[in-house]
Design a protein around this ligand. Structure first.
Ligand SMILES: [Zn+2]
Length: 266
């Protein structure tokens, strides 16, 4: 145990833009962390081995990667590796490189981690949003019926949009339509709702799933749609964090990962 080594470790980590945490909920040593240089929502976490009370270091720093999920919880995605002060900088690089070998959830693109059960699962637990879907899969209709339904749905969707375009051009002069907006953030796990005005017509949770990549200042939302079992064409899916409550059925976002509401814009 040495204070000199503690200083060295602290110096190396701060020099590499790590921040020192004020607390360690699980132990008595100082924790440091910073973002992964390239991977989104991944953080490099170092247990410095510096005792918070004595200020002395064990010269065994533990390095691991965590994924910050939608609920802002940290999920450990790599095995912790240890290094002395001398090898600390290079070991951090080694651990960072391990990121690309961590499996990704095919639904929401989050990193997977090994749960307490030993199962490798999505850090966002996004399958919980799919609970209703499995039931409906059991009662799947014959494929010919499915195809017929699909094409008729497509036609309905096209008709709907054509009439929507017509209606909206007819309504151009109309005022006093209520506008609604909702906070949508990058990383949000989303599905969609069919609505007419403020009336909810259909909740597509379990059928359509997306992850928000980017939200512009003007409210345009870029989403990666990772599942769409109802074959809604991408151009019908919402692209804005706002909607106008007119009499045309359309689709709006529903955020699954947080509790948010549509609010009326004054
Ligand atoms: Zn997932």
């Amino acid at each position: 145990m040495s204070k000199v080594i503690a200083k060295q470790i602290d110096h190396i980590l701060r020099g590499d833009k790590f921040i020192r945490h004020k607390k360690n909920a699980k132990g008595s040593t100082a924790i440091y962390s910073r973002n992964h240089p390239t991977a989104k929502f991944v953080r490099v976490v170092v247990d410095s081995g510096i005792d918070l009370t004595s200020g002395k270091a064990s010269n065994q720093a533990g390095i691991k990667l965590v994924y910050i999920n939608r609920a802002k919880s940290w999920r450990v995605i790599t095995t912790e590796i240890f290094a002395t002060a001398k090898k600390l900088a290079s070991t951090i690089k080694t651990q960072e490189a391990a990121e690309k070998f961590v499996k990704t959830c095919k639904h929401c693109k989050a990193k997977k981690f090994t749960a307490k059960t030993g199962n490798v699962v999505c850090s966002n637990a996004c399958w919980t949003a799919w609970a209703g879907k499995k039931k409906s899969e059991k009662t799947t209709k014959k494929s010919s019926q499915k195809v017929a339904a699909k094409s008729s749905r497509k036609k309905t969707a096209q008709k709907m949009t054509q009439s929507a375009v017509k209606k909206s051009s007819q309504r151009k002069g109309q005022k006093n339509l209520q506008r609604f907006t909702q906070e949508i953030l990058p990383g949000d796990l989303v599905t969609i709702e069919k609505h007419e005005g403020t009336k909810l017509l259909q909740d597509l949770t379990g059928s359509i799933l997306g992850i928000v990549q980017y939200v512009s200042k003007l409210g345009s939302v870029k989403t990666i749609w990772t599942a769409n079992s109802v074959d809604l064409p991408e151009w019908l899916l919402p692209t804005r964090n706002a909607y106008v409550a007119d009499a045309i059925p359309s689709y709006r976002f529903k955020v699954l990962s947080r509790q948010v509401e549509w609010v009326k814009v004054a």
